[in-house]
Design a protein around this ligand. Structure first.
Ligand SMILES: Nc1ncnc2c1ncn2[C@@H]1O[C@H](COP(=O)(O)OP(=O)(O)OP(=O)(O)O)[C@@H](O)[C@H]1O
Length: 253
């Protein structure tokens, strides 16, 4: 049975971006969303990406996850160079080696919890490792809810399903775009705690875009973007320190 618990390149960083530029449009209407980003994200770490509106956070996430192609520069995911990859190979890579957690959950309404979680395996033709499936269902606290449809769940429970779905393939990286943006404060904290546990207990790599300094406080490192460039990093962040740095960035732009 194909298993993904051993990365293809165990020594490689989870993500390595070198001189990544992304320009949308052409001529006078061109917008430089990323302007020479070079960063290494080690395996088994939790990174929060922050910055003012329009600083390039979503573009960064999309380029790192193979959802968008840089104008120039290179992106390596687990040692695999994404440049020049065909759309078919990029789709395969996103299914098997990348997990996503979005603000809007993006579950399939007609499928129950278990089938939603198994979906990436079914799409990539991988047999389900039942013991692993049961473990992650238990980890995210959905035991006893596996026959429910998404509409029968709270927002927090739906995001737990999305997180389990992201974990099921043992991806190189789980990318989150404001994963707590649609949740109330307490429920959002529960989801952040689960992301933290995925890093600490499972060695998962997590990269999350957020506007919330408290959410960033769950990360090992905060990456600040301003005007498409890395404006600094903060290790072992606290919400207060993050808020202070954000206020400084806000004044600069
Ligand atoms: N498809 C696109 N076409 C043209 N310009 C774009 C496109 N996507 C993003 N941009 C521009 O690129 C810049 C960076 O956008 P991006 O969405 O990455 O920023 P962000 O930091 O995620 O913003 P926000 O916090 O508001 O979501 C912005 O100036 C934006 O207008």
């Amino acid at each position: 049975m194909p298993r993904r618990d051993r990365p293809a390149r165990p020594d490689a960083a989870a993500v390595q971006m070198t001189s990544v530029r992304k320009v949308y449009g052409k001529g006078t209407g061109a917008v430089t969303a990323l302007d020479g980003v070079t960063i290494t994200i080690p395996r088994g770490t939790f990174t929060a990406v922050m910055g003012p509106s329009g600083s390039g956070k979503s573009t960064f996430l999309h380029c790192a996850a193979g959802l968008d192609t840089p104008t120039s520069g290179t992106v390596l995911l687990g040692g695999t160079d994404l440049s020049g990859m065909s759309e078919v190979r990029l789709t395969e890579l996103r299914r098997g080696r990348v997990g996503f957690v979005f603000q809007a959950f993006n579950l399939v309404p007609s499928l129950d919890v278990r089938r939603n979680i198994e979906l990436p395996l079914r799409l990539s033709g991988t047999r389900t490792d039942q013991a692993w499936l049961e473990e992650i269902i238990a980890r995210v606290g959905l035991t006893g809810r596996t026959r429910h449809r998404p509409a029968q769940l709270s927002g927090g429970q739906q995001q737990r399903v999305a997180l389990a779905r992201a974990l099921v393939t043992r991806p190189e990286v789980i990318f989150g775009d404001e994963p707590t943006g649609a949740l109330d404060t307490a429920t959002g904290r529960d989801v952040l705690t689960l992301l933290r546990e995925a890093v600490d207990a499972l060695g998962q790599t997590v990269v999350v875009v957020t506007h919330d300094p408290v959410a960033a406080g769950y990360a090992d490192r905060v990456l600040f973007l301003a005007d498409g460039r890395i404006a600094g990093t903060l290790d072992a962040p606290s919400a207060d320190l993050v808020a202070g740095r954000m206020a400084g960035l806000g004044r600069r732009v």
